[in-house]
Design a protein around this ligand. Structure first.
Ligand code: ADP
Ligand code: MG
Length: 497
């Protein structure tokens, strides 16, 4: 897009072209046999991924339409944790088909009505064909589908079980994944908080049970901010400092605390004190971890030890695990709803790819544990929805009906793309699907049959909704105005380039 303003038909064609271009970037990654893509940035860093949302987020798009489509994908990910590729290719297909109708003289308003009606019928059909599972089973099914094609098969079972366990105990935002080098099959889910921290000093207890203090105060003596020449003054000040520190430490001792998590520093003298008293202490704990520890143990974050009372303390059990190469500490408490996943992976690259996949899978698992309605995946539900629309008596005027049929056709792009990635014969596949309601594309065995792949109803419906609403907004756009970037203006005035 080089012109500053494009209008009317030209703007519409531009939108369709850009959507096709964005869609083609991710289309080949759909499904279990989707291809991986190697992303390389300007710095030469690279990333091998199969995740549509990741690929789109990493594109350096300048075009406003492309940027908008990437936002749609991100919104789908935020809302439903999955179905981003589906959403984007559906959006592009709906635009492409709308364009063929516009060519025939059908106004975007008719198309909008037809698409909305198609969406309504499809959503009803998906609901009618959904099955309510029990939350545990649903979370396993959803994680399995979400991880398919993203994770090497050997670990899939382990990771699915972990996702489901995490999702049944905590909201996705409260599931923290920590990656460390090691064997993926040894990964584990811990109810509670895990921090990558060791006890502050060797000799402190490595396990503690009981009262927990969460502290945001430096456990060092106050600094004397004066220069002193008189040695007796120095000794005097040192004495005051020690007394000050001892007094503060005595508050902790009096409350019978068994573990201390301090966001700030703990001075060596204070560490020695804790060791002597058999208190496990952790220093310079990250703010976000401090917050989570306070949550699960039910502690207040204490900022001034002078005012501390028994009700500021939490309760929990703390365990320091001296695993190699990374030691960590687990904190469990009476408050549920916080989970940590310790993910072992061979390389950093593998870890980050698995982390991204887990993030989505934990999300969908949670989504279905709370909304446990599932539909048949592998393109089956899209086939059912399309056939339902085609088989429903017309209720709209002929132009809107034409658009509604196009909506049904667009849905079939999902099974068609799955077949394409699997190298199956497209004509045959689509022909068989049209006679077999309920069948899906068995990409792994190149067959069309009823399959045991389940997908959350919410993911499917949300992807369609987002696609339709954004397509309608884009069909109403008849001018794209490109403003200069501040950077362009700035650098040309400076005489660079
Ligand atoms: P998205 O970003 O849209 O979630 P995916 O690459 O995860 O894209 O692919 C999802 C599609 O793959 C869904 O339509 C899902 O039903 C389908 N799918 C998942 N597992 C299988 C399978 N074993 N066989 C065929 N299709 C599958
Ligand atoms: Mg997916």
């Amino acid at each position: 897009m080089d012109d500053q303003v494009i209008r009317g038909r030209e703007a519409q064609r531009h939108i369709v072209d850009v959507a096709q271009e964005v869609s083609s970037r991710v289309r080949t990654t759909l499904g279990p046999l989707g291809f991986d893509q190697l992303m390389v940035d300007k710095m030469g860093d690279h990333l091998l991924t199969n995740d549509g949302a990741t690929i789109l987020k990493m594109q350096d798009y300048r075009d406003p339409i492309a940027k908008m489509i990437v936002e749609v994908a991100k919104a789908q990910e935020d809302r439903a944790f999955d179905g981003t590729t589906t959403c984007v290719i559906l959006l592009a297909e709906l635009l492409r088909l709308a364009d063929t109708l516009i060519e025939k003289g059908i106004h975007p308003n008719h198309i909008a009505r037809g698409y909305r009606e198609g969406l309504k019928q499809a959503t009803e059909s998906a609901r009618d064909n959904s099955k309510e599972l029990d939350p545990q089973q649903a979370s396993v099914e959803a994680a399995t589908t979400a991880l398919t094609g993203k994770i090497a098969g050997d670990y899939a079972e382990k990771l699915v079980a972990m996702c489901s366990k995490a999702a049944l105990s905590a909201k996705p935002d409260d599931v923290k994944i920590l990656a460390m080098p090691g064997d993926t099959n040894s990964s584990l889910v811990v109810e509670g908080v895990v921090i990558m921290k060791e006890i502050a000093m060797g000799g402190m207890p490595t396990e503690a049970e009981g009262k927990i203090l969460v502290l945001n105060e430096d456990l060092s003596p106050p600094q004397a901010n004066i220069s002193l020449n008189d040695p007796s003054k120095i000794a005097e000040i040192a004495k005051v400092q020690t007394e000050y520190l001892n007094e503060r430490l005595s508050y902790i001792k009096d409350l019978d605390v068994s573990a201390v998590f301090c966001q700030k520093n703990i001075d060596t003298r204070a560490q020695q004190f804790f060791r002597k008293e058999g208190i496990a202490a952790f220093k310079q704990v990250r703010k976000s971890d401090i917050y989570r520890i306070a949550e699960v143990t039910g502690s207040n974050t204490v900022t001034d030890l002078a005012t501390i009372g028994d009700d500021d303390l939490g309760i929990g059990s703390v365990k320091f695990v001296k695993a190699k190469p990374n030691a960590y500490t687990t904190i469990e408490g009476p408050k549920k709803g916080s989970v940590s996943i310790i993910l072992y992976a061979q390389t950093e690259q593998a870890a980050s790819e698995i982390m991204r996949a887990l993030d989505d899978a934990v999300g969908v698992s949670w989504l279905v544990a709370t909304h446990p309605k599932m539909v048949a995946g592998a393109g089956a539900i899209q086939n059912i929805m399309a056939q339902t629309i085609i088989g429903t008596k017309p209720t709209l005027d002929s132009k809107a009906e034409a658009a509604k049929s196009m909506f049904a056709e667009a849905l079939l792009l999902i099974p068609r793309t799955l077949a394409e990635s699997a190298g199956m014969d497209i004509m045959d596949t689509m022909q068989t699907l049209s006679t077999k309601m309920g069948a899906g594309v068995n990409a792994l065995e190149s067959k069309v049959e009823e399959m045991n792949v389940m997908e959350p109803l919410e993911v499917v419906v949300s992807a369609m909704n987002a696609a339709v609403e954004n397509v309608i907004a884009l069909l109403r756009t008849d001018a794209i105005i490109k403003s200069k970037s501040f950077q362009e203006v700035f650098s040309s005035e400076m005489g660079f380039d």
